[in-house]
Design a protein around this ligand. Structure first.
Ligand code: AMP
Ligand code: MN
Ligand code: MN
Ligand code: MN
Length: 285
Protein backbone atom coordinates (compact mmCIF):
# COMPACT_ATOMS: atom_id res chain seq x y z
CA UNK A 1 0.00 0.00 0.00
CA UNK A 2 1.33 3.46 -0.86
CA UNK A 3 2.08 5.58 2.22
CA UNK A 4 -0.53 8.14 1.29
CA UNK A 5 -3.18 5.41 1.19
CA UNK A 6 -2.75 4.57 4.89
CA UNK A 7 -5.89 6.13 6.38
CA UNK A 8 -4.18 7.56 9.48
CA UNK A 9 -1.58 9.35 7.35
CA UNK A 10 -4.05 11.20 5.15
CA UNK A 11 -4.81 14.82 5.91
CA UNK A 12 -8.53 14.77 6.53
CA UNK A 13 -10.90 17.54 7.56
CA UNK A 14 -14.45 16.29 8.02
CA UNK A 15 -15.94 19.29 9.85
CA UNK A 16 -15.93 22.70 8.18
CA UNK A 17 -18.46 25.57 7.91
CA UNK A 18 -19.07 27.90 4.98
CA UNK A 19 -21.22 30.99 4.55
CA UNK A 20 -24.06 28.60 3.73
CA UNK A 21 -24.37 28.46 7.55
CA UNK A 22 -22.32 30.43 10.10
CA UNK A 23 -18.88 30.27 8.51
CA UNK A 24 -17.56 33.37 6.75
CA UNK A 25 -15.88 31.91 3.67
CA UNK A 26 -17.55 30.54 0.57
CA UNK A 27 -17.26 26.81 -0.19
CA UNK A 28 -14.76 27.69 -2.95
CA UNK A 29 -12.58 29.74 -0.62
CA UNK A 30 -12.60 26.87 1.88
CA UNK A 31 -11.55 24.30 -0.71
CA UNK A 32 -8.73 26.61 -1.86
CA UNK A 33 -7.59 26.80 1.77
CA UNK A 34 -7.83 23.01 2.08
CA UNK A 35 -5.72 22.67 -1.06
CA UNK A 36 -3.11 25.11 0.27
CA UNK A 37 -2.95 23.09 3.51
CA UNK A 38 -2.53 19.76 1.67
CA UNK A 39 -5.89 18.29 2.64
CA UNK A 40 -6.57 14.90 0.99
CA UNK A 41 -10.20 14.41 2.06
CA UNK A 42 -12.54 17.35 2.73
CA UNK A 43 -16.09 17.53 3.98
CA UNK A 44 -18.29 20.61 4.18
CA UNK A 45 -20.64 20.26 7.15
CA UNK A 46 -22.85 23.32 7.46
CA UNK A 47 -25.43 23.57 10.22
CA UNK A 48 -28.72 22.05 9.01
CA UNK A 49 -27.84 22.94 5.42
CA UNK A 50 -26.51 21.29 2.31
CA UNK A 51 -26.64 24.47 0.22
CA UNK A 52 -22.87 24.77 -0.14
CA UNK A 53 -22.22 21.17 -1.18
CA UNK A 54 -22.50 21.49 -4.96
CA UNK A 55 -20.00 24.32 -5.06
CA UNK A 56 -17.59 22.49 -2.73
CA UNK A 57 -17.91 19.32 -4.81
CA UNK A 58 -17.04 21.15 -8.04
CA UNK A 59 -14.11 22.92 -6.48
CA UNK A 60 -12.75 19.72 -4.88
CA UNK A 61 -12.80 17.95 -8.22
CA UNK A 62 -10.89 20.88 -9.74
CA UNK A 63 -8.31 20.68 -6.95
CA UNK A 64 -8.19 16.84 -6.91
CA UNK A 65 -9.32 16.63 -3.29
CA UNK A 66 -11.63 13.79 -2.29
CA UNK A 67 -14.97 15.38 -1.37
CA UNK A 68 -17.30 13.95 1.26
CA UNK A 69 -20.80 15.50 1.31
CA UNK A 70 -21.75 16.40 4.88
CA UNK A 71 -24.06 18.27 7.19
CA UNK A 72 -24.12 19.09 10.92
CA UNK A 73 -27.61 18.50 12.28
CA UNK A 74 -28.86 20.31 15.40
CA UNK A 75 -30.49 17.87 17.81
CA UNK A 76 -32.30 18.13 21.12
CA UNK A 77 -31.45 15.26 23.44
CA UNK A 78 -32.49 15.29 27.09
CA UNK A 79 -33.22 19.05 26.82
CA UNK A 80 -29.69 19.73 25.58
CA UNK A 81 -28.49 20.76 22.14
CA UNK A 82 -26.24 18.14 20.56
CA UNK A 83 -24.67 18.20 17.09
CA UNK A 84 -24.66 15.14 14.84
CA UNK A 85 -22.56 15.13 11.69
CA UNK A 86 -23.92 13.23 8.71
CA UNK A 87 -21.01 12.29 6.47
CA UNK A 88 -20.82 10.73 3.03
CA UNK A 89 -24.54 11.01 2.45
CA UNK A 90 -26.66 11.36 -0.65
CA UNK A 91 -27.47 15.05 -0.39
CA UNK A 92 -30.22 14.77 -2.99
CA UNK A 93 -32.17 12.47 -0.64
CA UNK A 94 -35.66 13.98 -0.46
CA UNK A 95 -36.41 13.12 3.19
CA UNK A 96 -33.15 14.75 4.22
CA UNK A 97 -33.87 17.87 2.18
CA UNK A 98 -37.37 18.13 3.60
CA UNK A 99 -36.16 17.76 7.20
CA UNK A 100 -33.38 20.32 6.76
CA UNK A 101 -35.82 22.85 5.27
CA UNK A 102 -38.12 22.36 8.25
CA UNK A 103 -35.26 23.06 10.68
CA UNK A 104 -34.27 26.13 8.70
CA UNK A 105 -37.82 27.46 8.82
CA UNK A 106 -37.64 27.55 12.60
CA UNK A 107 -34.31 29.44 12.70
CA UNK A 108 -35.83 32.72 11.49
CA UNK A 109 -38.51 32.82 14.19
CA UNK A 110 -35.94 31.85 16.80
CA UNK A 111 -33.72 34.73 15.66
CA UNK A 112 -36.62 37.21 16.04
CA UNK A 113 -37.17 35.95 19.60
CA UNK A 114 -33.43 36.19 20.33
CA UNK A 115 -33.49 39.82 19.20
CA UNK A 116 -36.50 40.59 21.43
CA UNK A 117 -34.77 38.99 24.41
CA UNK A 118 -31.58 41.02 23.85
CA UNK A 119 -33.63 44.23 23.48
CA UNK A 120 -35.43 43.47 26.75
CA UNK A 121 -32.02 43.45 28.39
CA UNK A 122 -31.11 46.87 27.05
CA UNK A 123 -29.26 45.97 23.84
CA UNK A 124 -30.12 47.70 20.57
CA UNK A 125 -31.87 45.65 17.90
CA UNK A 126 -29.22 43.52 16.23
CA UNK A 127 -31.55 41.66 13.92
CA UNK A 128 -30.72 43.53 10.73
CA UNK A 129 -27.00 43.28 11.38
CA UNK A 130 -27.18 39.56 12.21
CA UNK A 131 -29.54 38.83 9.35
CA UNK A 132 -27.41 40.86 6.96
CA UNK A 133 -24.44 38.57 7.40
CA UNK A 134 -26.45 35.34 7.35
CA UNK A 135 -26.75 33.91 3.84
CA UNK A 136 -30.53 33.48 4.00
CA UNK A 137 -33.46 33.29 6.40
CA UNK A 138 -32.87 29.68 7.29
CA UNK A 139 -29.20 30.07 8.15
CA UNK A 140 -29.42 32.65 10.88
CA UNK A 141 -28.01 31.52 14.21
CA UNK A 142 -26.28 32.54 17.38
CA UNK A 143 -22.91 33.19 15.76
CA UNK A 144 -24.44 35.85 13.51
CA UNK A 145 -25.79 37.60 16.61
CA UNK A 146 -22.46 37.16 18.39
CA UNK A 147 -20.67 38.92 15.53
CA UNK A 148 -23.24 41.73 15.60
CA UNK A 149 -22.69 42.15 19.37
CA UNK A 150 -18.94 42.48 18.73
CA UNK A 151 -19.38 44.89 15.82
CA UNK A 152 -21.48 47.15 18.11
CA UNK A 153 -18.60 46.95 20.66
CA UNK A 154 -20.88 45.48 23.33
CA UNK A 155 -18.34 42.67 23.79
CA UNK A 156 -14.73 42.36 22.68
CA UNK A 157 -14.58 38.67 21.77
CA UNK A 158 -16.72 35.64 20.95
CA UNK A 159 -15.68 34.17 24.27
CA UNK A 160 -17.04 37.23 26.07
CA UNK A 161 -20.28 37.07 24.08
CA UNK A 162 -20.88 33.39 24.85
CA UNK A 163 -20.17 33.99 28.54
CA UNK A 164 -22.72 36.77 28.84
CA UNK A 165 -25.29 36.30 26.10
CA UNK A 166 -27.00 33.68 23.92
CA UNK A 167 -26.42 30.76 26.32
CA UNK A 168 -28.87 29.21 28.82
CA UNK A 169 -29.71 31.63 31.62
CA UNK A 170 -28.37 34.68 29.74
CA UNK A 171 -30.01 37.37 27.58
CA UNK A 172 -30.67 36.29 24.02
CA UNK A 173 -30.99 32.58 24.76
CA UNK A 174 -34.19 31.07 23.40
CA UNK A 175 -35.19 27.51 24.25
CA UNK A 176 -35.50 25.67 20.97
CA UNK A 177 -36.48 22.14 20.08
CA UNK A 178 -34.40 20.74 17.24
CA UNK A 179 -34.72 17.25 15.71
CA UNK A 180 -34.61 14.27 18.06
CA UNK A 181 -31.49 12.12 18.18
CA UNK A 182 -33.30 9.15 16.69
CA UNK A 183 -34.78 11.23 13.84
CA UNK A 184 -31.43 12.75 12.93
CA UNK A 185 -29.52 9.47 12.95
CA UNK A 186 -32.28 7.79 10.96
CA UNK A 187 -32.28 10.59 8.38
CA UNK A 188 -28.53 10.29 7.92
CA UNK A 189 -28.60 6.50 7.68
CA UNK A 190 -31.54 6.55 5.26
CA UNK A 191 -29.57 8.95 3.06
CA UNK A 192 -26.75 6.36 2.97
CA UNK A 193 -24.52 8.39 5.32
CA UNK A 194 -22.66 7.82 8.53
CA UNK A 195 -23.75 9.52 11.76
CA UNK A 196 -20.94 11.00 13.85
CA UNK A 197 -21.33 12.50 17.32
CA UNK A 198 -19.66 15.92 16.92
CA UNK A 199 -17.25 17.48 19.45
CA UNK A 200 -18.46 15.36 22.40
CA UNK A 201 -16.39 17.33 24.93
CA UNK A 202 -18.37 20.49 24.21
CA UNK A 203 -21.67 19.55 25.84
CA UNK A 204 -20.84 19.92 29.55
CA UNK A 205 -22.34 16.52 30.34
CA UNK A 206 -21.75 14.54 33.51
CA UNK A 207 -20.07 11.15 32.95
CA UNK A 208 -23.47 9.49 33.47
CA UNK A 209 -25.13 11.74 30.89
CA UNK A 210 -22.29 11.22 28.42
CA UNK A 211 -22.58 7.48 28.78
CA UNK A 212 -26.38 7.66 28.26
CA UNK A 213 -25.90 9.86 25.17
CA UNK A 214 -23.44 7.41 23.64
CA UNK A 215 -25.70 4.45 24.42
CA UNK A 216 -28.71 6.20 22.82
CA UNK A 217 -26.64 7.33 19.84
CA UNK A 218 -25.44 3.77 19.18
CA UNK A 219 -28.88 2.32 19.80
CA UNK A 220 -30.38 4.60 17.10
CA UNK A 221 -27.68 3.63 14.60
CA UNK A 222 -24.81 6.08 15.19
CA UNK A 223 -21.42 4.53 14.43
CA UNK A 224 -18.74 7.18 14.87
CA UNK A 225 -17.53 9.89 17.21
CA UNK A 226 -15.36 12.96 16.62
CA UNK A 227 -12.16 12.28 18.52
CA UNK A 228 -9.64 14.66 16.92
CA UNK A 229 -11.75 17.83 16.96
CA UNK A 230 -10.56 21.42 16.74
CA UNK A 231 -12.67 21.91 19.88
CA UNK A 232 -10.78 19.25 21.90
CA UNK A 233 -7.58 19.58 23.90
CA UNK A 234 -5.07 16.70 24.14
CA UNK A 235 -6.66 15.34 27.27
CA UNK A 236 -10.09 15.26 25.58
CA UNK A 237 -8.67 13.58 22.47
CA UNK A 238 -7.27 10.79 24.68
CA UNK A 239 -10.50 10.49 26.63
CA UNK A 240 -12.63 10.12 23.48
CA UNK A 241 -10.15 7.79 21.82
CA UNK A 242 -10.66 5.48 24.79
CA UNK A 243 -14.43 5.88 24.67
CA UNK A 244 -14.46 5.20 20.90
CA UNK A 245 -12.51 1.98 21.38
CA UNK A 246 -14.57 0.83 24.36
CA UNK A 247 -17.83 1.34 22.44
CA UNK A 248 -16.63 0.07 19.09
CA UNK A 249 -17.15 3.46 17.47
CA UNK A 250 -15.24 4.67 14.42
CA UNK A 251 -13.32 7.91 14.94
CA UNK A 252 -13.49 11.17 13.01
CA UNK A 253 -11.23 14.18 12.63
CA UNK A 254 -12.23 17.78 11.85
CA UNK A 255 -11.39 21.37 12.69
CA UNK A 256 -14.91 22.87 12.96
CA UNK A 257 -13.38 25.80 11.07
CA UNK A 258 -15.68 28.84 10.76
CA UNK A 259 -13.40 31.68 9.69
CA UNK A 260 -9.75 32.75 9.89
CA UNK A 261 -10.21 35.35 12.68
CA UNK A 262 -12.34 33.16 14.88
CA UNK A 263 -11.01 29.64 14.51
CA UNK A 264 -7.94 28.45 16.38
CA UNK A 265 -7.06 25.92 13.69
CA UNK A 266 -7.04 26.42 9.94
CA UNK A 267 -8.71 23.95 7.56
CA UNK A 268 -6.87 20.61 7.70
CA UNK A 269 -4.99 21.41 10.89
CA UNK A 270 -6.88 19.37 13.48
CA UNK A 271 -4.65 17.03 15.46
CA UNK A 272 -4.13 13.63 13.81
CA UNK A 273 -6.14 10.68 15.14
CA UNK A 274 -4.39 8.54 17.75
CA UNK A 275 -3.05 5.28 16.22
CA UNK A 276 -5.45 3.02 18.09
CA UNK A 277 -8.54 4.67 16.55
CA UNK A 278 -10.36 3.28 13.51
CA UNK A 279 -10.75 6.20 11.07
CA UNK A 280 -14.31 6.65 9.83
CA UNK A 281 -12.92 7.50 6.36
CA UNK A 282 -10.95 4.23 5.95
CA UNK A 283 -13.64 2.67 3.75
CA UNK A 284 -14.08 5.81 1.58
CA UNK A 285 -10.57 6.03 0.15
P1 AMP B 1 -26.89 27.87 16.72
O1 AMP B 1 -26.84 26.68 15.81
O2 AMP B 1 -27.60 29.03 16.13
O3 AMP B 1 -27.36 27.53 18.10
O4 AMP B 1 -25.40 28.38 16.89
C1 AMP B 1 -24.41 27.52 17.35
C2 AMP B 1 -23.06 28.03 16.88
O5 AMP B 1 -22.65 29.12 17.70
C3 AMP B 1 -21.94 27.01 17.02
O6 AMP B 1 -21.92 26.15 15.91
C4 AMP B 1 -20.74 27.90 17.05
O7 AMP B 1 -20.42 28.31 15.73
C5 AMP B 1 -21.23 29.11 17.80
N1 AMP B 1 -20.87 29.02 19.23
C6 AMP B 1 -21.60 28.51 20.24
N2 AMP B 1 -20.92 28.62 21.41
C7 AMP B 1 -19.74 29.21 21.10
C8 AMP B 1 -18.58 29.60 21.87
N3 AMP B 1 -18.52 29.43 23.18
N4 AMP B 1 -17.55 30.18 21.20
C9 AMP B 1 -17.60 30.38 19.86
N5 AMP B 1 -18.67 30.03 19.10
C10 AMP B 1 -19.71 29.45 19.71
MN1 MN C 1 -21.23 27.12 14.03
MN1 MN D 1 -21.16 21.97 16.39
MN1 MN E 1 -19.54 22.68 13.54
Amino acid sequence: MKKEMIPHDLNVDLHVHSNASDGQLSPTELVYRAHKNNVDIFSLTDHDSINGLNEALDCCSEKKIQFIPGVEISVTWSKKTIHILGLNLDFFNSQLNFALSSIQNTRYERAKAMDESLKKHGLPSLFDDAFGNAGSKGQIGRLHFARAIISKKICASLQEVFQNYLVPGKPGFIEHTWLSLSESVKLINNAGGVAVLAHPARYRLSEIELSALIDDFRFFGGVAIEVASGCHNNFEIKKFQKIANEHNLLASRGTDFHCPDESRLDVGQAPYLPDSCSPVWASWI
